[in-house]
Ligand binder design. Structure first.
Ligand SMILES: *Cc1c(COP(=O)(O)O)cnc(C)c1O
Length: 383
């Protein structure tokens, strides 16, 4: 074993989540799997291939490096869409390889035209519209200019879609803002159509919008967090559970993060454990060291806070989480032995360590915790 922990991703859990999400959509609405942030920490290559075997054929990433990694492992009939940054050199690669990308500024549009002409191949673009998030996207006063530019150079472009992104669909507090964004989006789409621009796919919805705003589904939805088995916010979860008949969470966590007991020590009462004096043994304690620390994505803020599973029991983290090691108290757990499996995140026996519990203790958002899982932990596909 050349690694100190591993991340399992579950085929059956993913298939289940995708089925649930697709059941929220009307027939014909396309499902795009959002796999930015190393597939929210699940491993872009492993997760992408797994999702493909679950029937997903459209993937959305943030940047060209992510598109590149996915392109290496997916059959080329799968569509890859870059929703974020793309530089001039990457435009050439993207166009040559049928990678679709967002155009979020006039500058990107002009550079894409240049790249397309040099390749004599149209760029497959999505016009990303600024509708009120005020992050990236073509401003209302740029949209007509963009349309003219595209119409004048029609062999340089294939307009695959028109998109926007909502500023906080996961919270009802933002309802007005989302509604305003959808209005501005519709208006811009109409003006593009009136100009005579042809495009295929209208898409706006992320996970939260899929659940809270069915009117935003349109031709395609871009789903990230929910396919991994997490709710975009407690509010969206409660809203769903309020109307569900069986009161069972319909999503299943795909990820399980595991390590092993590397060392066991009896520590006498009164001794401090680990660096500094943050934890003192009040009685004799059996302490297990686990070869995972903040360099491996286990937040230092879980010092004296986190829990792991050993022999299907919860074991609390004691002392400060180190760079590569953390210590847990296994005093009351029978038969703990070296090499025992340790679950940092996920299930063992009937016990679970949820990302939510993790996030609350470390004040990280579930999105943040997942995407911080380092790339060099191996991802293993299990059923
Ligand atoms: C991340 C992202 C999504 C997916 O968001 P989730 O909340 O994870 O479903 C959709 N669209 C864009 C533009 C994004 O950046």
């Amino acid at each position: 074993m050349f690694y100190s922990s591993s991340i399992e991703i579950s085929r059956s859990a993913l298939a289940h989540n995708i089925r649930f999400i697709k059941a929220q959509l009307k027939s014909g609405t396309r499902f795009s799997s959002v796999v930015k942030g190393n597939a929210y920490g699940h491993g872009i290559e492993e997760f992408g291939q797994l999702a493909y075997t679950c029937g997903v054929d459209h993937f959305s990433v943030f940047s060209a490096d992510e598109a590149y990694r996915l392109h290496q492992v997916l059959p080329h009939k799968a569509t890859i869409l870059i929703m974020g940054y793309i530089d001039d050199e990457e435009l050439i690669w993207a166009i040559a390889n049928n990678i679709e990308f967002y155009v979020f500024s006039i500058d990107r549009l002009e550079q894409a035209a240049k790249a397309a002409r040099s390749l004599q191949k149209p760029a497959r673009i999505h016009l990303d519209l600024e509708t009120g998030m005020n992050r990236i996207g073509l401003e209302a006063n740029e949209v007509e200019y963009a349309a003219d530019l595209i119409l004048k150079q029609s062999d340089a472009f294939e307009v695959m879609g028109v998109s926007t992104h909502f500023a906080g669909a996961e919270s009802n507090e933002n309802h007005d803002r989302v509604a305003g964004q959808l209005d501005r989006y519709r208006l811009a789409v109409r003006s593009l159509q009136q100009k005579g621009l042809k495009f295929r796919t209208l898409h706006t919805a992320c996970s939260a919008a899929v659940m809270a705003y069915p009117e935003t589904h349109l031709d395609m939805v871009r789903v990230g967090i929910m396919q991994y088995g997490f709710w975009p916010s407690p509010e969206i979860y409660q809203r769903y559970m309020g109307v569900s008949t069986d009161r069972i969470d319909p999503l299943k966590r795909v990820i399980n993060w595991k390590s092993r007991v590397m060392s066991l020590k009896l520590v006498p009462a009164g001794e401090f454990i680990g660096y500094g004096k943050s934890f003192q043994a009040s009685s004799e304690m059996l302490i297990a060291a686990i070869p995972v620390g903040y360099a491996w994505g286990y937040s230092r803020s879980l010092s004296n806070q986190g829990q792991v599973l050993v022999r299907s029991h919860r074991a609390p983290v004691v002392g400060i989480v180190n760079m590569n090691v953390l210590m847990v108290d296994v005093t009351g757990i029978p038969d703990v032995a070296l090499q025992d499996e340790v679950v940092l995140l996920g299930k063992q026996g009937n016990e679970h360590i949820t990302v939510a519990s993790f996030s609350e203790l470390s004040t990280q958002l579930n999105y943040e915790l997942l995407t911080r899982l380092p790339m060099n932990i191996p991802r293993i596909i299990v059923d």
